[in-house]
Design a protein around this ligand. Structure first.
Ligand SMILES: [Zn+2]
Length: 297
């Protein structure tokens, strides 16, 4: 999508020799293994990223199917329904969310772009699924007159969308005001609107916290990694330099690189959304238990 190549027509082709890929060479994961990670025609290496994306998508689709009954029970407990929420719709919703987020995570990591072609229909799909899968949120306490759960759930989805988008937009404006450069793009705003529409207000907050934690660890890891590399290089090139001087100069250059490095925040938000969608409830229970805030179960 970011290369503006259609995903439908013309058929998939080798990016090196442009030979079309035969159907029997286009089986997810298996073909990559059978071909030894190389094009059948020109033997150019095929990135293991393709197989990894296919494997991850399959794994999350399976997880969607196996998680659906437990999530149905949970939704029923929260909403106190007489009828069980539909497991098919829950599994379908998780599959679609996984598909969109894997696409967005890998595209952002590689190109620093979050294509509108994925985020915009994704937002619409999040709203669509809320009509079939009950989504928790503030609607019922603010609108006691409405007793149709489809409508309440849709309002909760819109509330999640607005919260997610507004938060990232606010942070982006703040960053721009303080640093004078654009820190987060409009793509991140739309991604967070998508996540909010799918997960609702509570889990949107969880995604913002978890995404920031993952992003911070990544930032710290990046600084330490560059520092170590620079330090080894300085020691090789300037062997007479005092150890303390080497350390501080390598540290300064690591900080400089970090400042100019464009962190793909969409990757962390997307990962946090996947964690929240599949293990969000478990994560919140675990946090309440270790922090001593929740009931001791
Ligand atoms: Zn080829």
């Amino acid at each position: 999508m970011p290369r503006e190549i259609s995903v439908v027509s013309p058929r998939s082709a080798c990016p090196a020799c442009e030979a079309p890929i035969a159907a029997y060479d286009n089986i997810p994961v298996l073909s990559w293994i059978m071909l030894g990670g190389r094009c059948r025609k020109c033997k150019a290496p095929i990135s293991p990223r393709y197989a990894a994306v296919e494997l991850l998508t399959g794994a999350l689709f399976a997880a969607s199917y196996f998680n659906a009954p437990a999530l149905a029970r949970l939704i029923q407990q929260q909403w106190q329904f007489d009828v069980m929420p539909n497991e098919f719709w829950i599994a379908a919703k998780l599959c679609v969310l996984s598909f969109l987020l894997i696409g967005l995570i890998f595209t952002d990591a590689e190109t620093k772009l979050l294509p509108d072609l994925l985020t915009k229909p994704g937002i619409a799909l999040g709203l669509f699924f809320s009509v079939f899968v009950p989504l928790e949120g503030p609607a019922r306490s603010f609108l006691p007159a409405i007793d149709n759960w489809h409508v309440l759930s849709l309002i909760n989805s819109i509330a999640g969308l607005v919260l997610g988008a507004a938060f990232i937009w606010g942070v982006a404006l703040l960053y721009e005001a303080v640093r004078g450069v654009e820190g987060m793009g409009r793509g991140d705003v739309k991604l967070m609107a998508l996540i909010g529409a799918f997960l609702g207000v509570k889990f949107t907050l969880l995604v913002l916290v978890v995404g920031s934690v993952i992003g911070s660890f990544f930032g710290i890891f990046l600084i330490l990694w560059v520092w170590q590399k620079r330090l080894l290089r300085r020691r090789r090139r300037h062997s007479s330099e005092a150890a303390g001087v080497s350390r501080s100069r390598a540290w300064n250059s690591a900080i400089l690189i970090y400042r100019n490095f464009e962190i793909p925040f969409g990757v962390f938000l997307g990962m946090a959304a996947l964690v929240s969608a599949f293990w969000g409830v478990a994560l919140v229970h675990w946090y309440l238990r270790i922090s001593g805030l929740g009931p001791g179960h």
